[in-house]
Design a protein around this ligand. Structure first.
Ligand SMILES: [Fe+2]
Length: 288
C-alpha cells in the first residue's frame, strides 16, 4: 500500500517484498488531477503551497516558545481554530485513497507509519497512518502541549491524567509500580472532527489510539520529544481501579470507572513504527 503524491495504489511488488500488513509511503510523483497541484509553463506538475498549511506553520512559530512553556489560552484557541479548518487535502491526502478504503480482514498487529512534516526545537508536525486495528499504545507527552487532529478515519481514543497523590488517600498506590490516573477520554472519534488539545498535566496527557478503520492523524507537538531535554516517551499499561480496591475506598461506585492504575512498561512491540519521508505539499520556511 503506497501513498503517491496524494494517491494510494496497491503495488503487489512492494506488498510482496514487505509482505507484512499494510504499508504506506509517499513517493515523489505528482498527480495531475489533484487540485493542490498546478502546472508550470514547462507542463511539469508541482505542488502549490496550501494556504492553510503555511498558516499553520507560521502560527506554530509564534505559539510555541520552547522547553518549559505552555501556549497561552488565546494562542491555543488560534492554533485550534486553524487546525479545525484543515482538511486531508492540505497534506496531499484524500478519503478516496486506497489505503483509507481498505476493508479486508487484518492479520496480526499492523504497524503504524509516521511522517514528519516539520520539526524544530520548539515544535514538530507529524502524521501517523494507522491501518484498521493498529494501536499506538498508551504513552505520555512529558512537559508537552499536543494538538491532535484526526484527518481521516475512525479511531478510539483513551486518555488519562495523573492524579496528584498529595490530595487524596485514595490515590495511594497498592504497590510502588502503580500510579493513579483519572480517565479523561474513552470514546470513538470520526473524521472530520474538532482538534483535541492535551497539556503537560491536563487534557489527557497519557493516551492510546486504536484505529477502527484506516486512519490518518496529525499531531502538532510543542516542544517535541527529546531525550536530551528529559522528554522521552514512556509507555504504560492500565489496570482498572477496582482491581486493587479493598472495599474501603472513598471513590464512589459511579466514579470508579473514571480512574485507573497505570504501570510504566518497556516500549511494547506495537509501539515500533515505520518512518517515511514526507513528500506532500511543502511548507515554506519563513521568519515570523
Ligand atoms: Fe501521543
Amino acid at each position: 500500500m503506497m501513498l503517491e503524491g496524494g494517491l494510494v495504489e496497491r503495488r503487489k511488488d512492494i506488498m510482496t517484498i514487505r509482505h507484512v500488513n499494510n504499508k504506506v509511503r509517499y513517493v515523489n510523483k505528482a498527480i495531475k488531477k489533484n487540485r493542490s497541484y498546478k502546472k508550470r509553463k514547462d507542463q511539469s506538475v508541482v505542488p502549490s503551497v496550501p494556504e492553510m498549511l503555511q498558516e499553520l506553520f507560521v502560527t506554530c512559530r509564534g505559539v510555541f516558545k520552547g522547553s518549559g512553556t505552555v501556549p497561552s489560552p488565546p494562542d491555543v484557541n488560534k492554533l485550534r481554530s486553524i487546525l479545525d479548518k484543515m482538511k486531508p487535502e492540505d497534506f496531499g491526502l484524500s478519503r478516496d485513497l486506497e489505503f483509507f478504503k481498505a476493508t479486508g480482514a487484518v492479520k496480526g498487529n499492523p504497524r503504524v507509519t509516521n511522517t514528519t512534516i516539520y520539526q524544530c526545537d520548539e515544535f514538530s508536525m507529524c502524521i501517523f497512518f494507522l491501518p484498521a486495528t493498529a494501536v499506538i499504545p498508551l504513552h505520555n507527552h512529558p512537559g508537552m502541549t499536543v494538538f491532535s487532529k484526526l484527518l481521516l478515519g475512525k479511531m478510539h481514543i483513551k486518555s488519562y491524567d495523573w492524579v496528584d497523590p498529595v490530595n487524596s488517600e485514595d490515590s495511594m498506590p497498592p504497590n510502588s509500580k502503580l500510579r493513579l490516573a483519572r480517565l479523561k477520554a474513552n470514546s470513538v472519534f470520526t473524521a472530520p472532527c474538532d482538534t483535541s488539545v492535551l497539556y503537560p498535566t491536563t487534557g489527557g496527557n497519557i493516551h492510546q489510539f486504536t484505529a477502527i478503520t484506516p486512519c490518518a492523524v496529525l499531531d502538532v507537538l510543542g516542544p517535541p520529544y527529546s531525550k536530551e531535554d528529559d522528554r522521552d516517551c514512556s509507555y504504560y499499561k492500565d489496570i482498572p481501579y477496582s482491581a486493587f480496591s479493598n472495599g474501603e475506598t472513598r471513590v464512589s461506585e459511579e466514579e470508579i470507572e473514571d480512574f485507573g492504575w497505570l504501570e510504566k512498561i518497556e516500549a511494547p512491540k506495537n509501539s515500533r513504527m515505520d518512518s517515511i519521508e514526507y513528500l506532500g505539499p511543502q511548507i515554506i520556511e519563513t521568519s515570523y
